[in-house]
Design a binder for this molecule. Sequence first.
Ligand code: ZN
Length: 480
Amino acid sequence: MSSGRYEMVVGLEVHVQLKTRTKAFCGCSTDFGAPPNANVCPVCLALPGALPVLNEHAVELAVRAALGLGCRIDPISVFARKNYFYPDLPKGYQISQFDQPLATGGSVFVGQSEKGAELRIGITRLHMEEDAGKSIHDRYPGETAIDLNRAGVPLIEIVSEPDIRTSAGAGAYLRTLKQILQYLDVSDVSMEEGSLRVDANISVRPPGQAKLGTKTEVKNMNSFSAVEKALDSEFARQCALLDSGGMVEQQTLLWDGARETVRPSRTKEGSHDYRYFPEPDLRPLMLDSKWVDHMRKDLPELPAARKTRLATEYGLSVVEVEQLTADPALAEYFEEVARAAGDGKAAYNWVMGEVQVALRTSSEEIGRFRVRPADLAQLIKLVRDGTISHTAAKRVFAQMVATGKPAAQVAADEGLAQVGDEGAIATWVDEVLNEHPGEAARYLAGEKKLQGVLVGFVMKKSKGRADPKRVNQLLSSRGG
Ligand SMILES: [Zn+2]
């Protein structure tokens, strides 16, 4: 795929829809999935005389995102008109920010290199803008339909430095960025619903050369793995072009996921074409430094910090904290269970085991999961203090999922409390030995490894109620 004579240089532009109830400059709803052109008004339809009014909540979310990415917030930023014609852009321009963006100079930590160095991708800038409408080319044969529900929806654009050197590195950056935005709760970050979109700038150069090669821009990737594939494909194309004595032409390319190749876009764009100028209908955005400080103090714990803390506080491995923190809600659920149960390892095992299985089966989200953390913690305690066996606990858990009842009640209702009574266990053991004469004879003749199998039979016979410790003791005393 790659030619050793070249290295890949990639910078990414990520558009993120902010989680506001209404659009950036009018009161129209941002609901996804509304009937076409239901969420429109004179402002987002660009009717004559309609004036934009900035959505304060959008500013809050944009500032929160910028702070979470370690950016400097500029006390004064300026909205600008980005002029271009497109059928789904009724104003003939998009309100964006150009030479005075909201924030600059952050970074995202994406992991350690093989040599142990920190891998950090710089953020050049983060600015606010509005989305365009949507042209639908495939619904009505021979016609293009326009849906302006999305026109005016608030976005931030996060522009990275050209710090990315591999397609896998681009994927790692995007996944980390998405996770940070999720923790900040500023966006739904769903590529399927278009609330997170990625454009890639890519060039190649001989390793060690400081000067950047001519870049192309690749658009139209609908997943992070599509971004990785598109970068590999475009890298190979540029390398082959240079190897054959050709030159890379600056252009916009569209990723064709079905053919796994890029093709030139029909439109040619360069920043000079947009004739940016300050938006005369909006005043410069001035942010009070005290307010920004308050927003900074108000930031939630971010993924990197949470991973370190969970690993130390609960004695978990890197892999385990990665799994738990993949979804902020899952990490919170885990922590509530671990705290209430006083046992991080058991909480981890339950959350990544039975809880995940139950969630997958019912396609539920952890936030709406029927078994609340306190109830799961109680179940863990029942196992720890020997009230129920681990096997019985799984049955209790299944009932908790089905009924929403607390653990102790289910254990009592189902008669699953652990039986440690010598007589009862001896009866079960005798029955098992009678029912499995072959295994029994071999075990009694000294084949110790059969003990586990026999314990399993006893547990099954007792419906999980036998105390496995006692069963083992009893079998040992009879064995050999
Ligand atoms: Zn509107």
